[in-house]
Write a protein that binds this ligand. Structure first.
Ligand SMILES: C[S@@+](CC[C@H](N)C(=O)[O-])C[C@H]1O[C@@H](n2cnc3c(N)ncnc32)[C@H](O)[C@@H]1O
Length: 228
């Protein structure tokens, strides 16, 4: 992400959650909760890295589920936007969740090879300069047998959602141009994103057992994969 793009995220950080709720009618919260279930493993104690954690919503959903499921997950959340992370830290304090939030770049993760049992990423892949680099880095820091859990939004492929989303995106782009160019940036990134291409990059990285499914409404999707 360029310095200018980081500034866009720093700028929208204070209203990021409200705007997400507004544009998605609150459905983005359902997507994250649906995807979080896939980050709960059969083992009792494990480590998880949430890449591009933003204000930490996905990490919090996973932590809440872990508590209910009686799992001990050590979660680290990284992001390039310090203002997003400030909000994440504040929420963690309010929720009394112990999560390490650190500045970090998805394109060059600051961790050793084979460090984490799970790597997660929600709603951020389309913002990365190189999706190939993200998959390579996730693969590198995952332990053998480790799991990648990714939730993202891409151009819908099925009629009539495809047409409905195209028309809705025009409205969002118009609203974005009035409110803040950061929102237009996010809508454009969805329109450019192709889920089949993402699956093929994941496969080319060396991940196995790739599983993909649509999340509620068919606009976002979930991808899980294993580093054998
Ligand atoms: C649309 S937000 C998603 C945040 C969060 N994961 C969620 O589900 O709401 C995208 C986030 O990706 C972060 N980001 C973009 N490129 C990044 C990179 N190379 N490394 C780390 N974070 C990055 C941005 O700062 C922003 O917080």
């Amino acid at each position: 992400m360029s310095k200018e793009d980081i500034e866009i995220f720093n700028e929208i950080a204070p209203e990021y959650e409200e705007v997400n709720d507004f544009f998605s009618f609150g459905i983005d919260r359902i997507w994250r909760r649906q995807a979080a279930k896939y980050a709960i493993l059969d083992i009792k104690t494990y480590s998880l890295l949430d890449v591009a954690t933003g204000t930490g919503d996905f990490a919090f959903d996973i932590m809440s589920l872990a508590k209910i499921s009686n799992k001990n997950i050590e979660i680290t959340g990284i992001d390039l936007s310090n203002r997003m992370l400030d909000i994440a830290k504040k929420h963690a304090e309010e929720k009394n969740f112990k999560i390490d939030f650190e500045i970090g770049d998805a394109m060059q993760l600051q961790y050793d090879d084979n460090t984490f049992d799970v790597v997660t990423n929600s709603m951020a892949l389309r913002n990365f300069d190189s999706r190939e680099k993200f998959f390579l880095e996730a693969f590198r820091v995952l332990k053998p047998g480790g799991k990648l859990v990714l939730a993202d939004t891409a151009r819908p492929v099925r009629f009539p959602i495809k047409i409905g989303f195209y028309l809705y995106s025009r409205i969002l782009l118009f609203e974005g141009s009035i409110i803040n160019k950061g929102y237009s940036f996010m809508v454009n990134s969805i329109l450019k994103s192709d889920r089949n291409k993402i699956k093929s990059i994941c496969n080319d990285t060396g991940f196995k057992n790739i599983f993909m499914k649509n999340l509620f409404t068919g606009i976002p999707f979930l991808l899980t994969a294993i580093k054998e």
